[in-house]
Design a protein around this ligand. Structure first.
Ligand SMILES: Cc1ncc(COP(=O)(O)O)c(C=O)c1O
Length: 383
């Protein structure tokens, strides 16, 4: 009888190579920051990696037919999106894809628009490509983070060529609905924008009844102006294996994207490819157990945060990230405050949102409970 994943008993990460855990090495600070989970990858992925290691030869590789077929089939099965194999461009990571997109679209001095708060590389990628960053804030309305279309229109200029979209959204966990996606598609059409849609969190929808819809799957017109970035890495906890892909249906845009990569961006490593194929083909049972566990963590975190003085959060529809508004605490530096209380959170300032913190609940329930306890004790302490 096969035993399912035990998310309550994650692997030991102290003293290893973990970016997340090593930040606080030797200090009693629980690492609830960078977006990886503390869980072992699915057995099917580990088995595939073991088999590949057993082969023992690690020469230069090319993506093989069954790997590409696994990705194509997974997109059709999970998101009802039919792609052609030659739309796929392999990348060593999504952040690489964001930076390549900024170089591939428009000219130096053109503008790139994104909505804040946002995962920090969205803010730095335009600058790396000598583009001008323009931002419009998301709005939190009735417990839901939404694009503010008036503010987006207002932030556009004749030199805006690219919109960087994040859906499901890091850090708020919002999953855009079909109406919002259609409005984004209409806006892109009217203003002749390319959209780079980072959909890395597409397998992590927690909210029952909520569905991830790839922007480019709406219709051929928006597909022609979209660069979609995806990976198995968030869902199956494989980011250290460095494997992602862009899906670019339009041949001309694909040529520009490839030209911006030329000579600089390598393919993923073999192990990343092997893990991606195994996750796409055999990961579903593990993923559904993960979603159940993360939903429990999310609900627990939301319930606890709701009782903490000065903190507010909307329940994320997707991801393992809770975006917490700490402005009412009037703390000058909430991230530093919680770190000194033994909880390492991401600082909202890095997401262009001072006064906020982000909590990663992709960990055992016990670790989450202890982090929430420490946060509560710190806030209750007389100032
Ligand atoms: C929205 C988003 N894009 C990209 C990444 C990072 O992707 P990669 O590690 O493949 O560069 C993350 C990681 O947290 C993310 O949340």
């Amino acid at each position: 009888m096969s035993i399912g994943p035990d998310f309550d008993a994650p692997a030991e990460r102290h003293g290893g190579d973990s970016l997340k855990w090593n930040r606080y090495g030797g200090r009693d600070v629980l690492p609830m920051w960078v977006a990886d989970m503390d869980f072992r990858a699915p057995e099917a992925v580990l088995d595939a990696l073991h088999r590949r290691v057993e082969h023992g030869v690690f020469g230069y590789a090319r993506p093989w037919a069954s790997l590409v077929e696994a990705v194509v089939e997974a997109l059709a099965r999970d998101h009802r999106w039919r792609i052609e194999p030659d739309w796929l461009i392999w990348l060593p990571g999504l952040v690489t894809g964001l930076n390549v997109a900024c170089r591939a679209v428009g000219e130096p001095g053109d503008a790139v628009l994104t909505c804040t708060p946002i995962y920090p590389p969205f803010l730095s990628a335009p600058r790396h490509a000598a583009r001008v960053l323009a931002t419009a804030p998301l709005e939190c309305r009735e417990g839901r983070w939404e694009p503010d279309f008036e503010r987006i229109e207002g932030a556009l200029t004749p030199r805006t060529r690219l919109l960087l979209l994040c859906n499901p959204h890091n850090p708020t966990g919002r999953v855009l609905d079909v109406g919002e996606l259609r409005r984004i598609a209409g806006l892109a059409e009217r203003h002749d924008l390319v959209v780079c849609s980072d959909e890395i969190h597409c397998g992590l929808v927690l909210e029952p009844g909520c569905e991830h819809i790839p922007l480019a799957s709406l219709d051929p017109a928006i597909a022609r102006r979209t660069i979609t970035l995806m990976a198995a890495s968030k869902t199956y906890n494989l980011p250290g294996l460095g494997c992602a892909f862009a899906i670019v249906p339009d041949p001309e845009l694909r040529r520009s994207f490839r030209a911006a990569m030329a000579g600089i961006v390598p393919d993923p490593g073999i192990m990343g490819w092997v893990a991606t194929e195994a996750a796409c083909r055999h990961g579903e049972r593990w993923r559904s157990r993960l979603i159940e566990y993360l939903r429990g963590n999310r609900d627990r975190a939301m319930a606890a945060i709701a009782t903490m003085p000065g903190l507010e959060a909307c329940a994320p529809q997707a991801t393992f990230l809770a975006w917490i508004d700490a402005r009412a605490t009037e703390l000058a530096d909430p991230a530093a405050f919680f770190e000194s209380a033994g909880v390492g959170l991401s600082d909202g300032r890095d997401f262009a949102a001072p006064g906020y913190v982000r909590l990663n609940f992709g960990c055992s329930r016990a670790l989450l409970e202890e982090a929430l306890r420490r946060m509560r004790v710190a806030l209750d302490r007389p100032g």
